[in-house]
Design a protein around this ligand. Structure first.
Ligand SMILES: Nc1ncnc2c1ncn2[C@@H]1O[C@H](COP(=O)(O)OP(=O)(O)O)[C@@H](O)[C@H]1O
Ligand SMILES: [Mg+2]
Length: 209
């Protein structure tokens, strides 16, 4: 049996994390390997409650408050993920430390060190593979909100920078966390993106699927 693997998909809204994550879970399942799919923050009763606070527009949060809440939710989800891995299942997850680095570390100005060290001191596990999905921000926005919807240039600038931060993160994650991180071109059809994901995953884990 293949060793159970923990695979994270990350990237800006609309890059296809949920679509491709569920597809990867189904694909691995069809290949005979039980696979769990999670979305961070979430996946446990506590993390789901924390997610409600994080996504509540009436509850403004500073980048530090966001960091602590996201990390608390992730710490809770990590327990559920370890449980699945211990049962021999693969785990696919949308978002992880890479999102905290991008949103709170780089965009929120807290820096990478604080985010990373908090993570590691809490023994929140690193995945075996990060797939960082690189999408044209206008394409990601259109996928999420509909092609005709107005897209402010302020949003475009912000999302372009965010997408850039995700793109540069492969090197940062590999250097500091010793994990494997691959950038995937997330433009194109769902089938095209999924083929690229499988190609990357097969290079890192020959014989996976
Ligand atoms: N490659 C693709 N081409 C066109 N539409 C896509 C593609 N991937 C995902 N979508 C659609 O775009 C929307 C956002 O995708 P989703 O997987 O939810 O992104 P994320 O989880 O990264 O925000 C969904 O409606 C999904 O069906
Ligand atoms: Mg999603």
């Amino acid at each position: 049996m293949t060793q159970p693997l923990f695979i994270v998909l990350d990237g800006i809204d609309g890059c296809g994390k949920t679509t491709q994550g569920k597809r990867l879970k189904a694909h691995l399942g069809l290949a005979g390997h039980e696979t769990a799919y999670f979305e961070d923050p979430g996946g446990t009763p506590a993390a789901t409650r924390i997610r409600e606070i994080l996504f509540d527009k009436d509850c403004p949060l500073s980048p530090k408050e966001q960091l602590l809440l996201y990390t608390a939710a992730r710490n809770s989800l990590a327990t559920a993920i370890k449980d699945r891995l211990n049962k021999g299942q693969h785990v696919v997850c949308s978002r992880w430390l890479s999102s905290t680095l991008a949103y709170q570390g780089f965009m929120g100005g807290l820096g990478a060190d604080l985010c990373r060290s908090l993570h590691h001191q809490l023994r929140i596990p690193d995945p075996d593979l990060y797939l960082l999905m690189d999408v044209d921000p206008a394409v990601g926005h259109a996928r999420k909100h509909g092609a005709g919807e107005r897209f402010e240039s302020k949003d475009l600038g912000w999302k372009t920078r965010l997408n850039y931060e995700f793109g540069t993160m492969a090197e940062i994650l590999e250097l500091h966390s010793g994990v494997v991180a691959e950038v995937v071109n997330a433009n194109g059809t769902e089938d095209e993106v999924f083929d690229r994901i499988l190609t990357k995953a097969r290079v890192v884990f020959p014989g996976l699927v």
